[in-house]
Write a protein of this length. Sequence first.
Length: 318
Amino acid sequence: MLELVVKLVLLAAAFAVLPLLVGQTEHKVMAHMQARLGPMYAGAFHGWAQLVADGVKFVQKEDVVPRAADRRIFKLAPAVALVPYLIVLVVVPIGPDGQVVLDLGVGLFFALAVMGVGVIGAIMAGWASANKYALLGGMRVAAQLMSYELPMVLAAASAAMAAGTLSLTGIVEEWRWWWLPWQAIGAVVFFVAGLAELRRPPFDMPVADSEIVFGPYTEYGGLRFALFLLAEYAGIVVLSALTTVLFLGGWKGPFLETELGWLWTLLKVFALSFVVIWLRVSYPRLREDQLQRLAWAWLVPLSLLQLALTGVVKVAMA
């Protein structure tokens, strides 16, 4: 019992720190890639206090609830968007020999199911705001969830089929280096579909600021809006962690896997988080029809191809 409590405390601490580190990294990476001067000034040296300045700004903003809004749903939505990502991390292993809070036999199924709940927070925000732009953004979130959940689940199923287990720890234990080319299609599909579910650029049509203000978050301000931003960065951490565990070998590295397994996991997670930021500054926003076509005309067939390839190789190796 004491061990479980210690693991939960460490998990909560990591959940409080890692998304903030990703947010700070995004400020700096975008500042360098796009020659943005603003994020480099707060705190003098390399803008180290930018995140602190953002926090102070959000705390000072007034918390307004629209008169016609569904107040309970409106206030609950930020928590629904954020908390599921914390719950997902409960089953994500960071290292060997029990370095996971809870090793579920159906960990992959649990992680994907709970991760999908986080998207519902944005849908709730759009519906409860009593704002047509927010509602339109919420409808786009729902359409995006339905389109990209299928290829994401199929790609994850390929990794589970290859390992012969739904346990995330078991998948990492079965992983071998030659899975990199074998599961490459599934890894790309899973990562891209995850980005779309998180509504990260270039898949950010639900929050297209040039046409629907800020989508489902239009009526939010202050700390409630900050919670939605934190949920986005937490989602990046969770997506990167799941991609690491399913397709990149988790804690496995070139040496000292038992002693430094947690370090290899974190390095892979931050490398993938950097790719997420890189994609944001490199590609323009997709139109809604392009976004849907990518899902149904490309990602779904590719995920089915990966499943077929995995089945053929498994049968040939049997």
